[in-house]
Structure formats: structure tokens, C-alpha cells
Write a protein of this length. Sequence first.
Length: 341
Amino acid sequence: MTSAGEFRPHRVVVLALDGLLPFELGIPHRIFGRPKDAQGRLLYEVVTCSVRPPGPVETDADFAVHVPNGPEALASADTVIVPASFELGPVFEAGRLTDELASALARIRPGTRLASICTGAYVLAAAGYLDGRPATTHWADAERFQRLFPKVRVDADVLFIDAGDVLTSAGVAAGIDLCLHMVRRDFGTAVANDVARRTVVPPHRDGGQAQYIERPVPDPQLSTTTAARAWALGRLHEPIQLRDMAGQESMSVRTFTRRFREETGISPGQWLTQQRVERARQLLESTGLPMDQVARESGFGTAQSMRQHLQAALGVTPTAYRRTFRAAGGAERQDGAGVRR
């Protein structure tokens, strides 16, 4: 924890294991390497380490990467991220850590935030960090993951899961969604959205992994639900009925609901709630509107309804969220002291 007035960026340590995917290794550096405070100071410090002394780490491509830090870097981390690796051996086969990996993970301080990208979840599970917790991994590995780690509550339908101090993501690009979520959690929607714009990715992707699982190719002449979603986004502040959304695509409610879930991985009602929560967050951060008005503008109708939905989605009340992230009152976050240590 920093003392009052002292600036220290949140330290993210990425654990590079042999057989790693270069794309996944680059995700934390790209996402956490961009956020800055009002004084132009980087809000995160991102370093890479290995389970061995500094040196080359093999990738799944035709090149190795030089990793400048050994496992001792894990002891100084505020957040540890484990990307996927194709050479985890006993971790994949028997659900147990190698002595080298176990020794490295033992350096992590209690209370450090942990996260995994794709099958990096196998490492967290083998270390016992996911016992009794919800977690996800790449949909193609989820069944084996559940068999190997029966104490983990596996959800293969989502892009990522935030279980507080331990977070897991689905395959590959879902690591971007997870890292943006952590930036959003640490510094708010505006900072995360800015990183997303600079990275040229959506700040929040709809749905879950279900939309990426292979299915029979649909007839290209059939309508999609894209227009209905665009229509709904333009009137989140109004009551929106499922039949109205279906009507935008000239579909029956039953057909529209099935097609919507195929395309997004969630139901129309779940999607609407997600969009309204995001709208409420933006208004709470960027305006001083009374809670009743924020609730109406975001489509929740009443402050009580908005409170219930934000509490369920974010774990905090609208008042607490505004107090933490409102730009006009967020000076204490601009010096990095508001980030979880």
C-alpha cells in the first residue's frame, strides 16, 4: 500500500512458461501498458518473468523470447497473470505442478490478485487457487479441465469470470476482455474505454463462448439480430419488450430468441441488462445526475432497481461506484493509490 501522496503504479507480473503463445504473452503488455493518469504517469508497471533465471523461454512458434526476470519477480507483484502454454506436462496430464513451477508460485504474496488466460487456468487450478470457485477456460478444454479439477466450478459459456482475487478467461482473445475488465475495475470505464479505442477492440464484447463453438453454417439469406440490437441501444431509457426487438427483424419471438442466443451466447433479456449496467456506469462516472435520473436514463426505471442490478453485476452500490470512479472526485485514484495492492 502506498502512503498518502506517494505514487506507485500497480505492478503486473506475467509468468512466461515454455510453450507459451506469443499472442497471449503480449496481451497484458498491450492492455496494461497504456493507461495513464492525469499527469501522464503510467498506472501499471508490467514485467515478465520465468520460473528459471533470466534467459530464453520457448514459444509454440519458431522463435524463443528472452525473459529478463526470474521467479523472484512474483514476490513483488500486485497482480500475477498466467497465459496459456502448450508444454505444461504434468499440469495437463495429472493436474499437478512441477517442482519448479510450485517453487515459483510459492513466492507470490498472500492477497495478490491472480488471473489466467485460456489454459493458464490449469496452473491456477493445480495450485489450488480455484478450489470451490467458479472459473473458465477455452471451451474446447473445459470438459477435460472439469474432470481433472472436480473442485472447480467450471463455466464454459462465458468469456471471463471475476471471482474477486482470482480471475480466469476463455481462450486466447478473451484475455483481452479480461484485461480490459481489470482496468475497468481498477480505474473505471473511461480509462478502460480509452485503452480499448487505442487497441482498436470493443470495450465490452457481448455474450460468451457459446457463439464461437462450431455449429452448422446458417443460411446467409436468413436475418440476423444485429439491427434489433442497434435499435435497442438507441432507446435503452425506454421500456423494451422482447416482441418489439423481434419485430425489428420481422421474426417471431421464439425464432428471434433462438437466433439471438446463437449469435451472442446469452438471452435478449441478459443482453439488455448488460447494456443498461454499462450505460449506468458511464452516467455515474461522467455526470452528477441524481440517482433517480441515472436509473431512468439507463432504463432501470427506479433507483432501487438500478441499485439491485449494479450490486449483482459489480458488487457495489451506485453511490459507492460513483464515489470511486467519478472523474470530478477521483483525484485519489489518479495517483494510483486507489488500485488494489
